[in-house]
Structures are given as structure tokens and as C-alpha cells.
Design a protein around this ligand. Structure first.
Ligand SMILES: NC(=O)c1ccc[n+]([C@@H]2O[C@H](COP(=O)([O-])OP(=O)(O)OC[C@H]3O[C@@H](n4cnc5c(N)ncnc54)[C@H](O)[C@@H]3O)[C@@H](O)[C@H]2O)c1
Length: 325
């Protein structure tokens, strides 16, 4: 296909996208400010250290490396932090995306793939979430992703660029032990952290209207997420009569409950310390999963890995060293 600029390619998901593109014979340049990423994660790809907020740097990078498209993954992603520091999220995620789009449009970039999130839906009005459900984000983080989508959509409509937003659900696992998620924010790493500290994993509420009373989410393997990017880029590189802007859910299309995940964690780690049930967290929707028919039909992508694959690979990465490569 060709050459691509990947922002945030030194992060958890970005490094997997870079790895998948390299494995498919693509040439990649990474732009990352290393605020949460690590240089070692980009492999053989060229790394430009700097921020998407630096429009001059982005333009110089695009002139030095003419690309078919940009995969825009760089962002701040902690929901709680975004509530405490909303302007940080609006600056990094919204202004950052606008500067990047401005540089991309000025340099004639034709394709743009944007890392969006199920957080754009907020509390979905239904358990099975299609892309057509209106965006009602519940946090500045989710709002910043909606605004990023809108900016990409409108620039695409105005310039002839082709843009795609990929709304990831709960990303987990690792393609290789050295590519694990260094952040401990999600259920699986939080459970590993508790168990390795000799503590019980926590369940926030077991009285939800779900089969076992615990919240249900759609977990998707990061290697599958990376392949979805490859599929989107292949189509963008080949297709000329594509709509300016499309949105795709990235999930497995079915949910797993917190208790189900923790059962698999106990099995994989060999540590069956019983989880402790504590109060619900405010604002946690009981149950939702992605409807993934659109990406299946239009890009031929479907998730291949199961929950156990995610937990096993995440555990291998955790043992390799949390926060290390
Ligand atoms: N991890 C998930 O479950 C999940 C779910 C939905 C969406 N997302 C989205 O996926 C993307 C990647 O998430 P992740 O889990 O890999 O996070 P991450 O923190 O591991 O990666 C983010 C990367 O972006 C870089 N970065 C941040 N701000 C930058 C800036 N201004 N300029 C240049 N680089 C910058 C960081 O250094 C890091 O390498 C984010 O856009 C996030 O919102 C993640």
C-alpha cells in the first residue's frame, strides 16, 4: 500500500498498529511526544519525537515523509483525569486533532483514520450499540473524541480527504509480551495488580440487571484492533469512490461480565483469591456491546481472538514487566 504517519505509535494501541503495518510490508513514520509512550515500542519505524500540537513540526514531517495517510492515535485517555482537568483534554485531543488536520489538509494528505472510542456513546440507550446511536458523551474525554470525529468529518467533506473514525470498545491483551499495556486503568491489569500485591480484585457492584449482576462490556484484543486499522487503510489506499467520512465500531459484538473476566483471570494466573464486591461506581452503565455488522460488511473485518486469549497475552505481558518493554 505505501507510507503512513502514525501519531501515538509509541503507545499501547499505537505500537500494535505500527507492528501490524510493518508486518504487512508498510512503511511507517511515528510522531509521538512520549508523554505516555516509549521509544522502544516503535520497532524499526522512524520516530519523530514531538507533539501533534506543533503544526510546523507535523508539516515538516509530512514534507520529509510523503504519506498516503495519517493514522491519528495520539491522545490523552483517562476518563477520571478528564473530569478533573477538562482543558488538558480539550487542548491535547481537540486542538491537537485540529492542528494535525490543518497540517494534513495543507500538505494534501488523502486519508485519515481517527482513534475514537465507545466513550462517545456515553450511557447507551440500548445494550447493543450501533454506530447510529446519537453521541452523548458523559465526560470531557468522551466529548473530546466526538469533537475530533466532527473535525475529521468536516475537513474531509471540505477537502476531498477520506476519513474514518474507529470507535474502540474495551481494548485488552497484547500481541507480544513486550507490547503490553503499561497503564493500569482497565479491569484486567487492575486485577493483575491486586493479585500480585496479595489483594483481592474489586467488583464495583453485583446488583446490576445482568445475568450475574456485574457489569457487561465488549472486550476486544488489541491485535484485532490493529488489524482493523490495516483493513481500513487498505480500503482507503485502494478506493476512490468512498464517502468522505465513516464511523465503525471495533468490538467482538458480545459482552463479558466483570465476574466472567475475573474467573478467566483466576484460571490464567492460577490465583483464585475471591474478588470483593464493593459499591457501584457512579455512572457505570449495566451492559453494552458493539454491533459490528458495518465493519464486517464494509471492511471484511471481524475479531478473531477470545477473552481467554486477551487475558493470557496480557498476563504474559504483565509478567514481562508492567510499564516496561
Ligand atoms: N486503551 C483503550 O481501551 C482505548 C479505548 C478506546 C479508545 N482508545 C483511544 O486509543 C488511542 C490510544 O490509546 P492507548 O491505550 O494506546 O493510550 P497510550 O497512552 O498508551 O498511547 C497514547 C500515545 O499518544 C502519545 N501522545 C499523547 N499526546 C500526544 C501529543 N500531543 N502529541 C504526540 N503524541 C502524543 C503518547 O505518548 C502515547 O504514546 C487514544 O486515542 C485513546 O483515546 C483507547
Amino acid at each position: 500500500m505505501g507510507n503512513w504517519l502514525v501519531t501515538g505509535g509509541a503507545g499501547y494501541i499505537g505500537a500494535h498498529v505500527v507492528e501490524a503495518l510493518a508486518r504487512n510490508g508498510e512503511s511507517v513514520v511515528v510522531l509521538d511526544d512520549l508523554s505516555t509512550g516509549r521509544a522502544e515500542r516503535v520497532g524499526d519505524a522512524e520516530l519523530v519525537v514531538g507533539s501533534i500540537l506543533d503544526e510546523d513540526l507535523v508539516r515538516r514531517t509530512l514534507r520529509a515523509h510523503p504519506v498516503q495517510g495519517i493514522v491519528h492515535i495520539a491522545a490523552k485517555k483517562q476518563v477520571g483525569e478528564s473530569v478533573a482537568e477538562p482543558l488538558k483534554y480539550y487542548e491535547q485531543n481537540v486542538v491537537g486533532t485540529i492542528r494535525l488536520l490543518s497540517a494534513a489538509a495543507a500538505e494534501g494528505v488523502q486519508a485519515f483514520v481517527f482513534s475514537s472510542s465507545a466513550a462517545t456513546y456515553g450511557t447507551p440507550p440500548t445494550d447493543l450499540v450501533t454506530e447510529d446511536i446519537p453521541s452523548q458523551p458523559m465526560s470531557p474525554y468522551g466529548a473530546s473524541k466526538v469533537m475530533g470525529e466532527w473535525a475529521a468529518r468536516d475537513v474531509a467533506q471540505a477537502t476531498g480527504m477520506r476519513a474514518v473514525a474507529l470507535r474502540y470498545f474495551n481494548v485488552a491483551g497484547s500481541y507480544a509480551p513486550e507490547l503490553g499495556d503499561p497503564g493500569v486503568f482497565n479491569l484486567i491489569p487492575l486485577a493483575f495488580q491486586a493479585l500480585t500485591a496479595g489483594e483481592a480484585p474489586l467488583i464495583f457492584g453485583d446488583d446490576y440487571p445482568t445475568p450475574d449482576g456485574t457489569c457487561v462490556r465488549d472486550y476486544v484484543h488489541v491485535a484485532d484492533v490493529a488489524e482493523a486499522h490495516v483493513a481500513a487503510l487498505q480500503q482507503l489506499a485502494d478506493g476512490s469512490d468512498l464517502p468522505p467520512f465513516r464511523v465503525f465500531n471495533i468490538g467482538r459484538g458480545r459482552g463479558s461480565s466483570v465476574r466472567e473476566v475475573l474467573d478467566v483471570v483466576a484460571d490464567v494466573t492460577g490465583n483464585d483469591t475471591a474478588p470483593v464486591v464493593v459499591d457501584r461506581r457512579p455512572g457505570d452503565p449495566p451492559s453494552y456491546a458493539a454491533v459490528v455488522d458495518r465493519i464486517n460488511k464494509e471492511l471484511g473485518w471481524t475479531a478473531r481472538f477470545e477473552l481467554r486469549d486477551m487475558v493470557e497475552s496480557a498476563w504474559a505481558a504483565w509478567q514481562h514487566g508492567p510499564g516496561t518493554v
